[in-house]
Design a protein around this ligand. Structure first.
Ligand code: FEO
Length: 395
C-alpha cells in the first residue's frame, strides 16, 4: 500500500534498503535509497514518476492496490533516468494511451530507452495542467540531473516535486525529514549533491532562482530519493545554494595511496606540519585504495585544499589515485588549492603526473610537489612536517 502524505497526495514509491551501489559501481549508497513516486488524487488522478526497473512489477501491483490503473488520467515524468522511468514499460503495457507529460528532452530520453510511441505531451516552463482542485506548473530544471529534468509544483497543497534535486540516497520507512535523524539526512544529501550534482552547480542555482521567482507558498518538497522535506522545506534550498556557491570549509584533506608505507608516512608528517601551523584547521587523511571513493570525494568537497600523494608505480600513478583524479575532474570542484607528494625508488615520474592531474582537475597548485626517495628517515619526515607548515601558510 502507498503512504498518504497529504489529503491529496500518496507516496507510491519503493524503499530499497539493500542498495549498496548506484550508477553501476560509481556511487556507494551506505544507507540504501528510495525511488519516490507520488499519486495525486483531487479530481484528476496524476502519477508523478515511477521507480527503478527491477521493482517494476512490484510497483505496478502495489499501485493497483491504490487505484484502478485505468483511472490514472496523467503520468508526469520529471526525469527519465532508469531509476525513475524503469517501471514505465510495465505500467504503460496496461494503460498505453495515458498521456505522459515531460520535457522535450524527456520525450527523447524515454524514446531512446524504451523505443515506444507513447502519448507524449511535451511541456515547457510555466505550462500548466489542471488536476481538479489544483494545478500543476511545470518548471524545467535542465541538468539537475540530466537535460530532461524538471520540477513540478502543485499549488493546491504547495508541494514541489523536485525529482533528484534535494534528494538523498537514504532508505527510511518514515518519509518525512522531521521523522529521521537530521545528521544522517544531511550527510547523505551532501554526498548526493557532491557526487551527482556538483558539476551542475550553476544549473542548480538557476533552477532554484526560477522556483523562488514563482513566489508561491512551499509547504513541502518531495524529491525522488530519500526523505520529504516537510519541516521547514526551505532549509534544504538554502543549503543547496551554499553548496552550489563553491562550497568549502576550513578543512584540508590528504589523500594518498601507498605500497610500502613510505607515502603514508609522508602524509602523516605533512598533516602534522599543517596541524602545527594552523591548529584550527580540520585535517583528514584518507587512503585512496581502501576508503570509499565517494566518501573521499565528499571530503574534497568539504575542503579548501587537498594534498594528494602517490608513490611512483610503473613510471606513473596507482589505479586508485588515477581513478580519483578522473572522478574529481568530472565533478569540477572550484576554488580549491592543492599540492602533490609521493615516494619513489629510482625516478619520481609519478609526482609530475599527479601535479599535472590536479591541475587538469582545476585545482590551484600552491607549491611544488614533495618527493622522498625510498623510505623516509627522520630527516625526510622533518622535511615533510616543514612542507606541511609551508602548505598551510600558502592557503
Ligand atoms: Fe535519480 Fe538522475 O536519477
Amino acid at each position: 500500500m502507498g503512504k498518504k502524505i497529504t489529503d491529496n497526495v500518496t507516496w507510491v514509491g519503493k524503499v530499497d534498503w539493500e542498495l549498496q551501489l548506484f550508477h553501476g559501481q560509481e556511487l556507494s549508497t551506505h544507507r540504501g535509497s528510495s525511488y519516490n513516486a507520488y499519486l495525486i488524487r483531487d479530481g484528476k488522478n496524476v502519477l508523478i514518476d515511477t521507480v527503478w526497473q527491477p521493482f517494476d512489477r512490484e510497483f505496478v501491483s502495489r499501485l493497483k492496490e491504490e487505484i484502478d490503473l485505468k483511472d490514472i488520467d496523467y503520468v508526469v515524468m520529471n526525469h527519465n533516468e532508469i531509476d525513475h522511468s524503469g517501471a514505465l514499460p510495465e505500467l504503460m503495457r496496461e494503460i498505453p494511451d495515458t498521456p505522459i507529460y515531460c520535457t522535450a528532452n524527456g520525450k527523447k530520453i524515454i524514446e531512446g530507452h524504451y523505443h515506444q510511441d507513447w502519448n507524449f505531451h511535451v511541456v515547457g516552463l510555466g505550462d500548466k495542467l489542471e488536476t481538479g482542485k489544483g494545478t500543476l506548473t511545470f518548471i524545467p530544471a535542465p541538468f539537475c540531473h540530466w537535460p530532461d529534468t524538471m520540477f513540478t509544483y502543485y499549488d493546491a497543497e504547495g508541494i514541489l516535486f523536485s525529482n533528484d534535486g534535494f534528494g538523498q540516497h537514504y532508505a527510511t520507512e518514515s518519509l518525512f525529514n522531521d521523522k529521521n535523524l537530521s545528521e544522517e539526512i544531511y550527510t547523505e544529501a551532501k554526498k548526493y549533491y557532491c557526487n551527482i550534482l556538483n558539476l551542475y552547480g550553476s544549473n542548480v542555482k538557476k533552477a532554484i532562482d526560477t522556483v523562488v521567482g514563482l513566489n508561491v507558498p512551499l509547504s513541502m518538497i518531495c524529491p525522488s530519493h530519500g526523505v520529504i522535506w516537510r519541516d521547514n522545506p526551505m532549509q534544504i534550498v538554502e543549503t543547496y545554494l551554499k553548496w552550489a556557491n563553491d562550497y568549502q570549509e576550513n578543512q584540508v584533506t590528504l589523500i594518498y595511496d601507498t605500497m610500502w608505507n613510505s607515502t603514508r608516512k609522508m602524509a602523516e608528517a605533512i598533516a602534522e606540519g599543517i596541524r602545527q601551523e594552523t591548529p584550527d584547521t580540520v585535517i583528514k587523511i584518507m587512503e585512496a585504495g581502501k576508503q570509499d571513493k565517494n566518501d573521499i570525494l565528499t571530503e574534497v568537497f568539504n575542503s579548501k585544499a587537498i594534498l594528494m600523494g602517490c608513490p611512483t608505480i610503473n613510471q606513473g600513478l596507482s589505479y586508485a589515485i588515477g581513478g580519483l583524479l578522473e572522478m574529481m575532474k568530472g565533478l569540477k570542484f572550484k576554488k580549491k588549492k592543492a599540492a602533490a607528494f609521493g615516494s619513489y625508488g629510482w625516478a619520481p615520474q609519478g609526482l609530475k603526473k599527479l601535479t599535472a592531474g590536479l591541475t587538469d582537475c582545476g585545482f590551484e597548485i600552491v607549491m611544488d610537489g614533495k618527493t622522498c626517495q625510498w623510505v623516509p628517515d627522520e630527516e625526510a619526515l622533518h622535511a615533510c612536517i616543514e612542507y606541511g607548515r609551508e602548505f598551510a601558510k600558502a592557503l
